[in-house]
Design a protein around this ligand. Sequence first.
Ligand code: NAD
Length: 499
Amino acid sequence: MKQIGHFIDGEKVVGSSGRTADIFNPNTGAVQAQVALASASEMDVAVASAVKAQAKWAQVNPQRRSRVLFAFKELVEKHMDELAALLSLEHGKIHADSRGDVIRGLDVIEFACGVPQNQKGDYTMGAGPGIDVYSIRKPLGVVAAITPFNFPAMIPMWMFGMAISTGNAVILKPSEKDPSVPMRLAELFVEAGGPVGLLNVVNGDKEAVDAILQHDDIKAVSFVGSSDIAHYVYTEAAKNGKRAQCMGGAKNHGIILPDANMDQAVKDILGAAFGSAGERCMALPVVVPVGEGTAERFLSKMLPAIEGLRIGISSDPDADYGPVVTAAHKAKVTSMINLAIKEGAELLVDGRGFELQGYEGGYFLGPTLLDNVTTNMTTYQDEIFGPVLQIVRADTFEEALALPSEHQYGNGVAIYTTNGRAAREFADRVEVGMVGINVPIPVPVSYHSFGGWKRSAFGDINQYGMEGLRFYTKTKTVTQRWLESDELSEDSAFVIPTF
Ligand code: NAD
């Protein structure tokens, strides 16, 4: 059985806690590897290595830091298919989607390569008589990245790309469900010339996360995962004096106005609801057609589109989506569908009980479509995170606008319309962090930033872009005056300096 340990100080090391977790092949249900679950003392070793590496890295000039990341980017590109195959085998998403996972992470590495420009600081000459002021952004030291199972390449790169470029060292604690890609990325980072100890991967579960939260040498925590755990990590990190940005769950709505290009809306929502088996925090699991006619037109096109979906193993090039990540997750999604029916939703397409011939042990779910979902249903309020699309019918623009605005989550939303004025008003008023206008999965490009509102994010600084740079650095402002050795300034020493 393949054993996955940790990556510390430039080397793969075996775990010593005696605790492990099984990693499944979601296509077959077979256990394919075991991953070590770190104890607090293993975390100590990794952090000590990171502290040492960071002290040297902080002295490296920004263009040299950028060059290492550039070499890393080229190496990852060279290993793209290998990484995507490894990712698909543990996660279950199809190969093309796994490549997308890697590519969206590399976008942030590219942005991070611009650190010489972005971390330059500000200078004011003559802020007072003979006085200049400059502000610089210093790294925090060692920071931690705690990541979810659903983007095992992109989300680690969001975090370590920005953190390392700005002079920090990183402890990466990936999801215990699919740790192989994060481990391989750390290996490639060293192969690209990254100093050993600067990116350590410590595998584990709550015990490893708690060790991070309690470690005095870890100065900041970036987290992405479900909301209850995001909230726990945020409050514990803050209690221990750490900076924290903790992204949580989501329930993103796709609004369709009567004047929308319906063929495009259906094409987009089909992919955004069922792609990656619905396991994306920017998926569109709720569709809101505005008006009866819109709902009927939507259904007349969506029902045959769903019928045409092809579910297959993650290496099947013709599959639209693959299995969900674990048997436990499949059971959770199934029980949410059962509950939705009990709550009164109308089951139009039933994905429960789907079996892929030859892969009966795999965690496959067919697409499910539920109509007449209402806001009082638990299955509307909670995240399902599976290939399930819920229809909530609205009569007016205002009703549709209120749905995502009043929902506990506020990650992403999309509106489909040909009316620019309506789209503009929607984008302005909706209480959600990321908005798509005729765009289904509005994950912002790397030079903007990523972050939801309400229970989709705790903390006030977004991931990547200039927000990411600010998160991983602290400002130092220097006010300086150069007098001759025998010169005395005219101001009083007893009054606060005013210029
Ligand atoms: P998860 O919350 O189960 O796990 C996330 C991380 O927390 C993992 O590293 C895990 O090991 C750790 N963890 C698990 N239980 C813990 C505990 N009790 N205490 C401390 N740490 C713990 O999330 P997941 O199932 O891996 O990922 C799916 C979730 O992530 C969904 O809710 C999805 O919406 C969310 N997500 C959000 C975003 C975003 O940017 N908002 C992006 C991707 C995924």
